[in-house]
Ligand binder design. Structure first.
Ligand code: MTE
Ligand code: CO
Length: 424
């Protein structure tokens, strides 16, 4: 499926790195002059060398460096009428590796953030079960627990880009995704404790927030890999992420990952609630709607360079970096194009390659300083890969919002500025 290797971007040998380093030294004339004259940052004593710093406990709960204050979640105010039923976005362009720090996980609330004392929280299992049960948080922590890293992607991620490029930055085009290690108990374990009756085929998780979020989950998925989780990246869930308890539905659309989880009802058919009828369905050109589109298909995005992360150096060595993920399992391959999809080169996947988790990829190039149209295309272990935006629209029409996994293009200009464009 992949075409020839792009001849314009040879991989870096030690020699070309050296040459490129020299070239960029010449291009960055100011830095070179400073070095020749003696860099005051080296020759003069700085405040941080002269005075003692804060002692331990200055921040009992640590915070990022003050110089990282731009690394924050951001929203797009005109997208929604009110912040309590809204969304903000993970700053993907600022992150590396695969784990999303807890304070940067995007938030999506339909009725604001519920603040629940863990002592006051209850989880009920009722419906078609032998023994209806109610658990406290303490009860849940006595069941055997597991740790898993999974991505959560809102089905609406990229929805604003369906008809064409719109928002300038991967934070806004792709930032409704985060990747976290969860600690919790398998949903299967809790359902077995209650005893699912033979006609119990669906599970309805319900949130304790003002939105009372509910979705219908088929029993096969509930008994497969779903978790009832109370920790993220080792610490308690953040209030924004459903403290003290949330459902984890690996690989499936974020809307089903009910936060502030208070009830699990077992039924013999789906409930057809609001979030699976008027919302989270895709209206096709025929007038019919796709429903129960649970799995998040393979997707990827280049996070750097990108509109919020322009190229700050001249020509020479450049690290192209991005993220890829699939709700079907592991990512096995990511191809990157520098010329709008004509030629593709296979990128290097680095770090853990886990099922239904973000994957980090890199392509190390020697940039000749000319314009580029950079794209990435992910493929998963089942052979599914990302469509172009045109392929997506041909299949689903123009009305859709959800499940946009089309190939993203960034236009890198000679001066290093980067723009969101569409090449399909
Ligand atoms: N659960 C409850 N109880 N209330 C909500 O508003 N939003 C859903 C889901 N679970 C929601 C919820 C949606 S649409 C998404 S995309 C994810 O939570 C977002 O999870 P996050 O806020 O941890 O990123
Ligand atoms: Co969502």
């Amino acid at each position: 499926m992949s075409e020839t290797k792009d001849k314009g971007t040879p991989s870096l040998s030690r020699r070309s790195l050296l040459k490129a380093g020299l070239a960029s030294g010449v291009a960055a004339g100011a830095a070179g002059a400073a070095r020749a004259a003696g860099d005051p940052l080296i020759t003069e004593i700085q405040d941080w060398n002269r005075y003692l710093g804060d002692g331990v406990d200055a921040a009992p709960y640590g915070l990022p460096s003050e110089f990282e204050s731009e690394v924050v979640r951001r929203n797009v105010p005109w997208l929604t009428a009110d912040a309590v039923a809204s969304i903000n976005f993970t700053p993907l362009h600022e992150l590396d590796g695969i784990i999303t720090p807890n304070g940067l996980c995007f938030e999506r609330h339909h009725g604001g953030v519920a603040q629940i004392r863990p002592q006051d929280h209850r989880l009920m299992i009722n419906g078609l079960v032998d023994t209806p049960l109610v658990f406290t948080m303490e009860d849940l922590k006595r069941f055997p627990r597991e740790n898993h890293v999974y991505f959560l992607e809102c089905a609406a991620n990229g929805g604003m880009e369906w008809r064409g490029s719109q928002l300038n930055g991967c934070q806004f085009t792709h930032g409704m995704v985060h990747n976290v290690m969860y600690t919790g108990v398998k949903l299967k374990t809790l359902l077995e404790e209650a005893g699912v009756k033979t006609n119990g085929k669906w599970v309805l998780p319900e949130g304790a927030d003002a939105a009372h979020m509910t979705r219908s989950i088929p029993m096969e998925k509930a008994l497969d890999d779903c978790l009832v989780a109370w920790k993220m990246n080792g610490e308690a869930l953040r209030a924004e992420q459903g403290y003290p308890l949330r459902l984890v539905v690996p690989g499936w659309e974020g809307n089903m990952w009910v936060k502030w989880l208070r009830r699990l009802e077992v039924g013999d058919q789906p409930w057809h609630h609001r979030e699976e009828t008027s919302k989270y369905t895709d209206l096709l050109e025929t007038g019919k709607a796709r429903r129960f589109t649970w799995v998040m298909d393979p997707k990827s995005v280049i996070t750097s360079p990108s509109p919020q992360m322009p190229v700050s150096h001249g020509k020479g060595p450049m690290v192209i970096s991005g993220l890829a993920w699939s709700g079907n399992g592991r990512i096995t391959r990511v191809d990157v194009s520098l010329d709008g999809g004509r030629n593709w080169e296979t990128a290097r996947i680095d770090g853990p390659s886990l099922s239904k988790s973000l994957h980090r990829f890199y392509l190390d190039i020697d940039w000749d300083g000319s314009e580029m149209l950079i794209q990435s295309r992910a493929m998963d272990e089942h052979g599914f890969y990302q469509p172009t935006k045109n392929e997506l629209r041909a299949a689903r029409g123009e009305n859709s919002i959800y499940h946009n996994n089309g190939i993203q293009t960034w236009y890198v200009q000679k001066n290093g500025a980067v723009e969101n464009v569409e090449v399909s």
